[in-house]
Design a protein around this ligand. Structure first.
Ligand code: HEC
Ligand code: HEC
Ligand code: HEC
Length: 131
């Protein structure tokens, strides 16, 4: 019939194996990214949970609105207006691309190509200094 001596250890190995992702993630929870949030600002252009999940879609919508439909309508956050755009809105508040955007992107291993053309605040500042 059954051999208890191999079934029980076998089951235990199976359970450890199947639950591996659960406890493995917990052990490495210390590395979850903590992006630097803007100081003195309370709100983003959309609720934070929506921004976390959908900021890439919003950026695409904005790009299409500006470039295809010539819709440059400003966005208003906390009573202040920003021109719809990556540099003209997002990076006005999120002034440190490295400590904000990159913190998550390095963790998630995504490398948006946006900065091939768009200037990060650090690059924009260094260009101003040389002129
Ligand atoms: C090949 C160069 C290039 C790349 C790569 C690129 N863009 Fe752009 N983008 C442009 C140019 C040129 C404009 C037009 C600027 C204008 O007319 O105001 C623009 C405009 C935009 C705008 C609207 C206005 C503004 O000034 O921000 C958004 C939003 C935008 N891009 C987002 C993105 C995002 C997000 C990425 C990465 C996923 C990206 N772009 C990658 C060249 C590029
Ligand atoms: C008016 C200033 C402002 C502008 C403009 C702005 N943000 Fe934010 N953003 C914030 C603040 C403040 C928070 C944190 C909000 C909170 O914690 O409730 C935030 C949160 C976020 C988060 C979530 C961060 C996290 O810890 O999960 C993302 C992603 C984000 N913003 C991306 C963007 C992008 C992309 C743009 C441009 C489309 C943008 N933001 C424009 C101020 C701004
Ligand atoms: C809270 C973490 C977090 C922050 C902060 C954040 N991102 Fe992201 N971003 C992500 C994740 C995760 C993905 C990948 C999502 C996916 O593949 O579905 C992503 C994807 C993107 C993409 C699409 C890239 C691609 O190759 O498809 C763009 C564009 C982007 N982010 C722009 C930005 C910009 C600009 C900032 C800073 C203003 C920023 N993100 C800040 C987490 C973040």
């Amino acid at each position: 019939m059954y051999n208890k001596g191999t079934i029980i250890p076998g089951l235990m190995i199976f359970i450890v194996f199947v639950t591996f992702p659960l406890w493995y993630n917990r052990l490495s929870a210390g590395t979850v990214p903590k992006p630097d949030l803007p100081i003195g600002q309370k709100e983003c252009v959309a609720p934070v949970s929506e921004m976390r999940d959908n900021h890439m879609k919003l950026l695409n919508q904005w790009r299409d609105a500006v470039l295809r439909d010539d819709d440059r309508v400003n966005v208003k956050v906390g009573g202040k207006e920003y021109r719809k755009g990556l540099q003209t809105a997002c990076m006005q508040c999120h002034t440190d691309k490295e400590k904000f955007c990159d913190t998550c992107h390095t963790y998630a291993a995504v490398q948006p190509s946006c900065w091939d053309c768009h200037l990060t605040p650090a690059v924009a500042a260094s260009k101003k200094e040389t002129h």
